[in-house]
Ligand binder design. Structure first.
Ligand code: 13P
Ligand code: SF4
Length: 336
């Protein structure tokens, strides 16, 4: 058996092609070559490691990445992000090959809402429509009326008639933020993101005392007591745009630390301080996002594996809620 055949056989267990990469290889040049040769596009989320962001064709938040996946003319979409994002790209471009460097790049938020449990929960509220944060499985999307991302969530909720009851899943923190922001009383699923739940309000307060001119900015997946302290709340793209437009020069940032790379690149004269977690861990880095590496990205492009495959039923039923979300975003002129 060749090394490739062995690695391909082990894909199910490892989630990625476990092949040795020559350490002297110029991975950036190789990845650029493969992009051209295969007419492939690399879509990367802001939480990817800096080197991956730098080699990507497009870097964005969940809305921007979906918009790009829907309109790309490339033959292959290489998704440098997590599984639910690559699934969304496959649903939007079912005839294209969608690759994910590591199939085990999951998401604690998506995992916190298993579709069979949610189906039972939904049965208790037959007169409610379901709004799901895009950070959920493709199967959950088939049980959803309209999706949202953190960029368009307020617009999506406001697009629903006022007398229509709503279930919001899976992120309880974003749900609570939206209840406050829109005044709508929604039934919330109790899910959360492991990265956005670790920030320490006490340590942030201390940091603010040390940097009195710094603005504190936060992602709406953070808990309410953290958001209550924030000068600005927004999606990753929203936070990035805010730091570019703001006259402030110091920012304490409560979201995954990967976003700091683009913030520093866009505003090299400004200072960005990652908000501190409860303990001294590096848990403001998403372990799922960080499963992707340059080596895995290169191998996945070279051998066109691992590939995202979805049953036709999931593609057809999962697409409706994403299309509705993209419509609301287009009407509101939102880009991620
Ligand atoms: P956005 O980039 O859409 O703000 O989402 C954040 C996130 O947690 C993605 O996994
Ligand atoms: Fe999921 Fe949170 Fe990681 Fe985003 S940061 S992929 S929501 S676990």
């Amino acid at each position: 058996m060749t090394a490739l055949a062995t690695a391909a056989t082990a894909l199910n267990k490892n989630g990625y092609l476990d092949l040795e990469v020559d350490p002297s290889l110029d991975l950036v040049a190789e990845i650029q070559r493969l992009k051209k040769e295969k007419n492939a596009v690399i879509l990367a989320h802001y939480y990817q490691e800096s080197e991956i962001q730098d080699v990507a064709d497009y870097i964005g938040d969940s809305l921007g990445l979906s918009q790009q996946a829907a309109k790309t003319e490339a033959d292959i979409i290489v998704f440098a992000g997590v599984h639910f994002m690559a699934e969304t790209a496959k649903i939007l471009s079912p005839h294209k090959k969608v690759l994910l460097p590591d199939l085990k790049a999951g998401c604690s938020l998506a995992d916190s809402c298993p579709a069979p449990l949610f189906r039972k929960f939904k049965e208790k509220y037959p007169d409610h429509v379901v709004v799901s944060y895009i950070n959920c499985t493709a199967e959950l999307k088939t049980l959803t009326d309209i999706c949202c991302t953190s960029t368009n969530a307020v617009h999506v909720i406001n697009s629903i008639p006022e007398d229509q009851k709503i279930i919001f899943a899976p992120d309880i923190n974003l749900g609570r933020y939206l209840v406050k922001k829109t005044g709508r009383d929604m039934v919330l699923w109790n899910g959360s993101c492991m990265v956005h739940e670790i920030f320490s309000a006490e340590k942030i307060a201390k940091l603010r005392a040390r940097y009195p001119k710094a603005l504190f900015i936060a992602h709406p997946e953070c808990e309410t007591h953290i958001l209550d302290q924030a000068d600005f709340i927004g999606s990753t793209t929203g936070l990035l745009k805010f730091t570019i437009a703001s006259e402030a020069t110091e920012f304490i940032v409560a979201t995954e630390a990967g976003i700091l790379h683009q913030m520093e690149k866009s505003s090299p004269h400004k200072t960005f301080i990652p908000a501190p977690p409860e303990n001294n861990c590096a848990c403001n880095e998403c372990p799922h996002m960080k499963r992707n590496t340059m080596e895995k990205l290169y191998l996945c492009m070279q051998y066109e594996l691992p590939e995202i495959e979805l049953p036709q039923r999931i593609i057809e039923e999962g697409r409706l809620c994403i299309d509705r979300m993209l419509d609301v975003s287009a009407k509101a002129g939102l880009v991620g």
